[in-house]
Every structure is written in structure tokens, then in C-alpha cells.
Write a protein of this length. Structure first.
Length: 277
């Protein structure tokens, strides 16, 4: 039996693969290094928060891999200072949603769950490289990945309850599977935040490395996975997901409806008003 790789990050140069840009939108870039795709999300400030348009771009990035039989592994990362602070509550689309008929509002509340399903549904393993804050929707998105590499600068939390919002995007079953029920309660209901080392101890982070090294370490993990037979890797990931997450969508089926109810509440509107100032 092969020994389990050490979980400490080794900041060695990546392999000899030449990087090429495969796709670029306003906020999302997909680069290829051999069989590894590196998806970088950079909104250029705004705490790398996700607007509705950004969620669509990230979902489209995940969907672009559906027919890619040459793909072996995906790396998802934010900027070198922040992964994501979650959903952008200052997005003016919220003001438009307030004026929409209920059915149209519900259509918009599907954006987050659709993003979660898109990333969870990628057939090859996804390694998430995390620098700085990984909060709220950022935590939800990271939970959809197969592995998480966090630098010492990373911190994790879910302040949704403070802004009168539910934790959605099908992420709660994922969090429970990763860190257990009580740790999930503490982070969602009691405002607990985790350092990188605490996230590693709880099982959310798979590796912890020095600040600034998450992407390099994530690429090393991805290159190692990419060196294994691709069909076997895809089948094993499917086996794990079928066993560990078979009921995820059933137990979180009402995420978008809960999100819609939250959006319509006076408490959420008051929280949004604070962000607009």
C-alpha cells in the first residue's frame, strides 16, 4: 500500500507543463497546464464577493469541463489575498428582485444552488486553494470541492445568520460530512470562525501551508492526481460521492425557497441597507 502523502505543503516549483489560457471572462480565468485546469476567480476588489453575474460565470466555468475527456484535475482559487467573502449583498440586482413577481424571484434564488451543483458535479477531483478569508458563500463553494489547501492566512466562517440569511447552495450536508454536526452548528449558529490549523483539525482543510503558498501546493496535489489513470480517478470519485453525498440534494432541496424567504424578510433588507452605506 502506498503511504499517504504528507499534509504539510512543500513549496516546490510546478512541473514542466506550459500554462495556456483556455477561457477568460470579466472575473474568471481558466488556464490549462497539461491535464490540470486552474480556475482563478478575481473580481478586482469588493472582497472577491459574488454578484449574481459572477455566480453565473463560475457556474459556466464548471460546466465547461463536462465534455473534456482530457481533463484530469481542477484547481479553484481566488486572489492571493482573499478567496471570497461570499455573496455580494450590495449587488443592485437585489433591488430589481424586490420588484419582481414571486416566480421570477424564485428563479434568481436558484443561482446559488445551481453554482453548488455545478462544482460538486465536476467528474474529476477539484482542489480548492485558499488564501485569506473564505466566508459565507465562499465557504459554501469551497465545501463543494474534493480537497481544500489553506495557507496560514486563511480563515473560515459563515456569518449568514448575522445578516438574516440561511446557509444554502446545498452546502450544509457537505459541511456536516466534513466537520460533523456540532462544528457545523457552531460555525453557522454561534458565529465561530476557524483558522487554517483549526480547519485542518476539524477536517475541512486537507493541507495547511505558509501564507502565499496555497496555489502552488494545490497545483502539486492536482499534478499528483493527474498522473494517475484518468478513468479510474473519475470512477472512484463517483463511488465516493454516491456513498457520501447520495442524499445531499434531497436534504437541501428547499435551499432556494429558504433563501427567497430570507430575501423577502425585513431583517435581510435592513442588513442590505447597511452594506449599501
Amino acid at each position: 500500500m502506498r503511504a499517504r502523502p504528507e499534509t504539510a505543503c512543500r513549496l516546490e516549483p510546478s512541473g514542466a507543463n506550459v500554462q495556456r489560457v483556455a477561457m477568460k471572462t470579466q472575473t474568471v480565468t481558466i488556464a490549462r497546464e497539461g491535464g490540470v485546469a486552474i480556475v482563478t476567480y478575481d473580481r478586482g476588489g469588493r472582497a472577491n464577493a459574488m454578484s449574481f453575474a459572477v455566480m453565473d460565470e463560475l457556474a459556466a466555468a464548471a460546466a465547461s469541463f463536462v465534455d473534456d475527456t482530457e481533463l484530469r484535475c481542477v484547481v479553484l482559487t481566488g486572489t492571493d489575498r482573499i478567496f471570497s467573502a461570499g455573496m455580494d449583498l450590495s449587488d443592485p440586482v437585489f433591488d430589481q428582485i424586490n420588484e419582481m413577481p414571486l416566480q421570477d424571484k424564485r428563479h434568481y434564488s436558484e443561482r446559488g444552488p445551481r453554482l453548488g451543483r455545478a462544482w460538486a458535479g465536476i467528474e474529476v477531483p477539484v482542489v480548492c486553494a485558499i488564501e485569506g478569508p473564505c466566508l459565507a458563500g465562499g465557504l459554501a463553494l469551497a465545501s463543494m470541492c474534493d480537497f481544500r489547501v489553506a495557507s496560514q492566512s486563511a480563515r473560515f466562517g459563515a456569518p449568514e445568520v448575522q445578516v438574516a440569511h440561511n446557509m444554502g447552495w446545498h452546502s450544509v450536508p457537505r459541511l456536516i460530512a466534513l466537520v460533523g454536526v456540532q462544528a457545523t452548528r457552531r460555525v453557522l449558529l454561534a458565529g465561530e470562525e476557524w483558522t487554517a490549523d483549526e480547519a485542518r483539525r476539524l477536517g475541512f482543510a486537507d493541507e495547511v501551508c505558509e501564507a502565499g503558498g496555497a496555489l502552488t501546493a494545490a497545483k502539486q496535489m492536482a499534478e499528483r492526481i493527474a498522473g494517475y489513470p484518468g478513468l479510474a480517478v473519475r470512477m472512484i470519485k463517483r463511488q465516493i460521492d454516491a456513498s457520501a453525498h447520495a442524499l445531499d440534494y434531497a436534504t437541501s432541496a428547499y435551499d432556494k425557497d429558504q433563501q427567497l424567504v430570507a430575501w423577502m424578510s425585513d431583517d435581510f433588507q435592513a442588513a442590505r441597507a447597511k452594506f449599501a452605506k
